[in-house]
Design a protein around this ligand. Structure first.
Ligand code: ATP
Ligand code: MG
Length: 418
């Protein structure tokens, strides 16, 4: 992307009245625009980050054997009445139509996925089956104050699994838990899996995946020595207690839930009276699980974890581009600088490396400031000074100092950096 031709705009100063780091940096660096509390537009760079997060999640869901679908956001009231959600889920947005009909905005999709899947699964031979989608969810959250970490409209990956036996479900549940931990680590996050009580309707256990951050809204107890972690809402355990592992004491911290997995039991099959026929030709209801990941929330959490006094410091796996190329035409060699930058821009892209080229007519200082604010992992600078020795300046966002790399070697070195 050439910045001179793009819609990317950074701001000199952070927006007023933002409380959290992610809200401040993502708006100032031009990743998102707030329409109202809890509702954001994702601008070109922000959209690219969302897509990068989505892609990692998608690869891992496909690896679990789940099928991607896209379900509607506008739901008929009847489905939500059947499950009890219409009267019991306080965050459900309800819409009155001029035709006298009522609708719900999807805040989760059990009400859609259960009839969708179970009208097609007639026999035990078709189970287990898993579907997932990546789609926008709507929730009438009372307070939306943590930037994109708590939206009234937000992007979620939601997967649903359908099984014939508890044992089959339990096995998949454990597999999904491991895959979740891998997803978060690919996203640059250390997530701890807490055991928590299930959702609105089930007493069964669930896992919540928590990332320590002061911008979170949950309090957890976690072991200093092992992975043990528990949500303080549900526990009588106190800070300083010895961890069940025996090797550490429990510390307390603020955390944000980036995902969860729930055992839904047979509730939804029963609510819709949709089952399958087992090997003895007897009707059974499926055992279901649901598995959420907050895609847009994770973008906010990553910014909370990866920033410094100059701006965002994106992990490579989700950065909107790998390279921020700065051309500084100068007075004498403007044509040569431009020509070399044009060639480097194309060769980097041909090598599969994403580049933001800052070819705007701005001072070097302004370009460097934006490079740091936007947080691209690698900054390359071409100027008449570097060209005097056939070099480019190489500066990693996490490094203090810049170095020089010869023009001949820079593509190979960038590939290695990737
Ligand atoms: P929370 O306790 O934070 O409200 P939740 O238990 O309501 O989360 P789920 O209904 O299970 O969350 O949704 C799945 C995932 O979607 C959560 O783990 C979280 O990452 C994300 N999520 C939930 N609510 C929001 C929101 N309002 N804005 C952004 N992401 C959200
Ligand atoms: Mg919630």
């Amino acid at each position: 992307m050439r910045l001179s031709q793009s819609f990317v705009r950074t701001a000199k100063t952070p927006p007023a009245d933002t409380e959290t780091v992610n809200a401040r940096l993502l708006q100032q660096a031009g990743f998102v625009d707030q329409l109202m509390a809890g509702v954001y537009s994702y601008l070109p760079l922000g959209l690219q980050v969302l897509r990068n997060i989505e892609q990692i999640v998608r690869e891992e869901m496909d690896g679990l054997g789940a099928n991607e679908v896209l379900m509607p956001t506008l739901h008929p009231k009847a489905n939500w009445v059947k499950t009890g959600g219409w009267d019991n889920i306080d965050v459900l947005f309800k819409i009155n139509s001029r035709t006298g009909n009522e609708y719900a905005m999807g805040q989760s999709e059990e009400e859609v996925v259960t009839p969708l899947v179970m009208s097609r699964v007639l026999s035990y031979k078709q189970l287990p089956t898993k579907v997932y989608q990546i789609g926008w969810k709507y929730r009438d959250e009372l307070r939306a104050k943590s930037g994109i970490m708590r939206g009234r409209e937000f992007l979620m990956k939601d997967m649903y699994s359908f099984h014939t036996t508890q044992a089959d479900f339990d096995k998949f549940y454990q597999e999904a838990k491991q895959v979740y931990l891998r997803i978060f680590s690919r996203l640059g996050l250390v997530a701890k899996a807490t055991e928590a009580s299930g959702g609105a309707f089930t007493k069964k256990l669930s896992y919540e995946f928590m990332v320590l951050t002061d911008a979170g809204e949950d309090d957890i107890l976690y072991c200093e020595a092992c992975d043990y972690c528990i949500n303080t809402e549900i526990t009588k355990t106190a800070v300083g207690a010895v961890c069940p592992c025996g090797n550490g004491t429990l510390l307390t911290g603020r955390a944000c839930e980036v995902g969860n997995v729930f055992d839904l039991g047979q509730k939804y099959g029963q609510d819709f009276d949709l089952g399958y026929v087992d090997e003895n030709s007897v009707k059974q209801y499926p055992i279901m699980g649901c598995y959420g990941i907050g895609i847009s929330r994770i973008m906010g959490v990553i910014v909370e974890k990866y920033n410094d006094e100059l701006g965002i410091v994106w992990p490579k796996s989700v950065a909107p581009a790998l390279v921020y190329l700065v051309s500084i035409p100068g007075r004498d060699n403007a044509a040569l600088v431009l020509d070399t930058a044009t060639k480097l821009y194309s060769s980097l892209q041909a090598a599969g490396i994403s580049v933001l080229w800052d070819d705007r007519e701005l001072s070097p200082g302004a370009k460097f400031g934006d490079a740091d604010l936007v947080g691209i992992p690698l900054r390359l600078v071409i100027s008449d000074k570097t060209l005097a020795s056939n070099e480019v300046e190489w500066k990693e966002r996490t490094a203090k100092e810049a170095t020089r790399v010869s023009l001949d070697a820079v593509i190979a070195q960038a590939i290695a950096f990737k």
